[in-house]
Design a binder for this molecule. Structure first.
Ligand code: ZN
Length: 215
């Protein structure tokens, strides 16, 4: 759930970093252009001292006017780009803070998960040794069949109960007569669709799994 926003924020931040760099370059170029215009104006001012007629003087004045307009325009653009850059920098800072928060959140969650996993592992070990003890009381032929079914079952369950008239493993309907046969517990009946061993729901209440285990 948290993964997508993190990636998104990272993506935005990286893109903004590039955009900020580009704006910085544009601003630098505008500053160079202003210096060039200023140099041109200085040159024209000097030339105006050595003109031969009014026409040449006016022509230089026009050039200077044009360069001044260019400078004004560049200054306006620099102002706009600087504001834009500040805004983008702010977004980057906010996004980076959020990213750090999320990453901290993620590492905390990972810590919690590994704690749970190790707890589960202990529980699993206990159940495994319990199941090994129980195996001693089961007929070898049945145990082999049980293990084979379990290995092939997608959810790892070899024995399932009937739930709402259906197999608890594959959810295919079980006919009433078959349900009665299963409930009678006279023989082991497997689901004709998935091959899992079917038992009636009451079996969990009646049988105590701890009972046959010698302690
Ligand atoms: Zn089934």
């Amino acid at each position: 759930m948290y993964l997508l926003p993190i990636r998104y924020k990272y993506f935005v931040t990286v893109n903004l970093d590039v955009e900020i760099k580009n704006l910085d370059t544009v601003i630098s170029n505008k500053k160079i252009a202003i210096k060039d215009s200023q140099a041109a104006i200085a040159k024209y001012t000097e030339q105006q001292n050595n003109v031969r007629n009014n026409r040449e003087f006016d022509s230089l004045s026009k050039e200077m006017e044009f360069q001044n307009l260019e400078i004004e325009l560049s200054e306006k653009r620099i102002k706009e780009f600087t504001a834009e850059m500040a805004l983008k920098k702010e977004t980057v800072t906010t996004s980076k803070t959020q990213l750090t928060d999320r990453e901290e959140d993620l590492s905390r969650k990972k810590g919690e998960l590994s704690e749970i996993t190790s707890e589960t592992k202990i529980e699993e070990e206990k159940l495994r040794s319990k199941s090994e003890k129980i195996e001693l009381f089961v007929e070898a032929r049945l145990l082999t069949a049980f293990k084979r079914i379990r290995k092939n079952a997608r959810n790892g369950l070899a024995v399932v109960t009937i739930q709402r008239d259906a197999c608890g493993g594959c959810f295919n309907k079980i006919p009433p007569q078959r349900q009665m046969d299963i409930a009678s517990r006279k023989k082991i009946i497997v689901c004709e669709y998935c091959g899992r061993i079917l038992v009636d729901e009451k079996i969990n209440v009646v049988e105590d799994l701890d009972a046959p285990v010698a302690k």
